[in-house]
Design a protein around this ligand. Structure first.
Ligand code: NAP
Length: 490
């Protein structure tokens, strides 16, 4: 008789959870349940609905390998199209029946006597699972900075990831705080509606132009009839991105080509010298995420748009006071202020073999995992896109897929173990992996001195994989049983 209710518990029904489900099903593991805290699938592509929300990785690459879509309408898809695609994948792959909605798993405890995870939801309902796949995504905890006086503000304010669609921006005086990847998509898309748009920039971003052509009917037809053509396009985009990835991991020549190109683009688009100076980044190209847009710079030529390159000292009932004492009258404040990802990455209580909460351990020792997916004393639990698996140059879906290959091998090996035993990662293996990873980060752009969401409060990079994507795929190709101890249950 089974000692568990579910063989595989997947936490989260975004891209990572759906990729996990598809990969499990491919290996004929059908006893899986996806726990989703919301009422629908999509993760970040469900939550982020701000105007202009889109993916800056090409759709042919930012899609699941086993679920190509010949019908993408644009080279870079909108949030709505990506969400529709994901829903379609769920339907076509019979995943829907495996999803339990409105269920947030708040606590997980490993029972060492049975090698079973006990998962508790918000209603204290307990589910027993053999394996747990954490697929919550790294960017789901929005940051709203604690600006002095924000609680006194009489207008509306909201974060980009929680857009208030009831708030009509037409003819309003609007401020947007932040100039990261979300902001540069919002700004050109709201500029024409508002009466005034104040863009408050703390740090200028590196920006490259990105055209977004419509995909013609002939191309769609060709990809539909000959799927290998779409596959070839995917490969081409992937390897081009890998080449430019060299700019991030220490190749100064490629970095210079890319940064010079970005600066010449800025020069062409912004002729006003004072404005151009404000928009010129002062840190190494790639240290913060490089942004792609053809519409961002031209927005500043609009009369109603002002760039304030300074910090905020205070928010008042109807205005924002800048560091230089300038007062901006505003009705609405949009917080494009990003997410917390480097500090913890997981907020679910995870009690491993020693009963210690992984969150407490990570708070003390810093976030880390082996190959970004497994950590010692937390057996049979995997993070998809866990610590140090983020990229600056390519599709993170690739990272998720690579991790799943490894996890499937782990599962296969686990099933060969004598009954009443489980695998536990050796501490020294995890430590050696992370020591090497941190030393590989030295010399990369991400550790070149700027302050980004990739670094935690101690300045440690807990989010980025410091090598090229194809290297990660190779690392994840074969399962290394010797890195694990086989623990027998008495
Ligand atoms: P972000 O890149 O972290 O940008 C946050 C912005 O807010 C930065 O400009 C930051 O300035 C500013 N900021 C934060 N706190 C502030 C404060 N107290 N005062 C003034 N300014 C402040 O966040 P995001 O734009 O939401 O993007 C986060 C990540 O989401 C991206 O890096 C990317 O991985 C992902 N994303 C991807 C896409 C896509 O197309 N694939 C689109 C959107 C987002 P500083 O730079 O000075 O810190």
């Amino acid at each position: 008789m089974k000692e568990y209710d579910i063989e595989f518990a997947i936490i989260g029904a975004g891209f990572a959870g759906i990729i996990a489900a598809m990969q499990l099903a491919k290996k004929s593991y059908s006893d899986y349940t996806i726990f989703e805290r919301a009422s629908s699938v999509g993760g970040t592509w469900r939550d982020n609905t701000y105007p202009g929300c889109a993916c800056d990785v090409s759709s042919y690459l930012y899609s699941i390998k086993e679920a190509p879509n010949p019908n993408w309408t644009k080279m870079y898809s909108s949030q709505a199209e990506i969400l529709t695609y994901l829903k379609d994948v769920v339907t076509k792959n019979d995943i829907e029946n495996h999803i339990v909605y409105d269920t947030e798993i708040l606590e997980m405890q490993f029972d060492s006597n049975e090698a079973i995870w006990h998962l508790k939801d918000q209603n204290n309902k307990v589910y027993k699972a053999k394996f747990v796949l954490m697929a919550q995504g790294p960017l789901n905890r929005a940051v709203i900075p604690n600006f002095k006086g924000l609680d006194l503000f009489k207008g509306k304010y909201f974060h980009t990831s929680n857009w208030d669609h009831s708030c009509d921006l037409k003819n309003k005086k609007v401020a947007i705080i932040g100039t990261g990847a979300s902001a540069i998509q919002v700004i050109p898309n709201i500029a024409d509606q508002v009466n005034k748009l104040h863009v408050i920039q703390r740090t200028a971003a590196w920006i490259l132009p990105r055209a977004n052509p419509e995909i013609g009917a002939t191309t769609k037809k060709m990809y539909s009839l000959f799927p290998f053509l779409e596959k070839m396009r995917r490969e081409y985009i992937y390897w081009t991105n890998e080449f430019f990835g060299l700019a991030f991991i220490g190749n100064k020549f490629v970095n210079r080509i890319a940064s010079n190109f970005a600066l010449s683009y800025l020069k062409r688009k912004v002729t006003d010298e004072t404005l151009r100076k404000k928009l010129t980044p002062t840190y190494t190209f790639g240290c913060k995420r490089v942004l792609l847009s053809k519409t961002y710079y031209p927005t500043f030529n609009k009369q109603q748009v002002s760039l304030h390159s300074t910090t905020i000292s205070e928010i008042k009932e109807h205005s924002i006071i800048l560091e230089n004492k300038e007062e901006l009258e505003v009705d609405v404040i949009i917080m494009a202020t990003g997410f917390e990802a480097a500090e913890l990455q997981v907020h679910t209580k995870i009690l491993g073999v020693d009963g210690r909460n992984l969150i407490d351990r990570w708070k003390e020792e810093g976030v880390s995992a082996y190959k970004g997916c497994i950590t010692h004393d937390v057996p049979n639990l995997f993070f998809i896109l866990g610590p140090n698996t983020g990229l600056g140059h390519n599709s993170v879906l690739h990272m998720m897929e690579s991790q799943m290959y490894y996890i499937l091998d782990y599962i296969k090996q686990s099933k060969k173990l004598p009954s009443k035993s489980y695998l536990n990662l050796k501490l020294q293996v995890e430590e050696a992996y992370n020591k090497k990873l941190q030393s590989d980060l030295i010399g990369t752009v991400w550790n070149s001195g700027c302050k980004s969401w990739y670094l935690n409060s101690r300045g440690v990079n807990t989010t980025i994989y410091p090598r090229l994507n194809n290297r990660f795929r190779k690392e994840m190709k074969s399962f290394d049983l010797k890195s694990f101890e086989c623990i027998s249950i008495n």
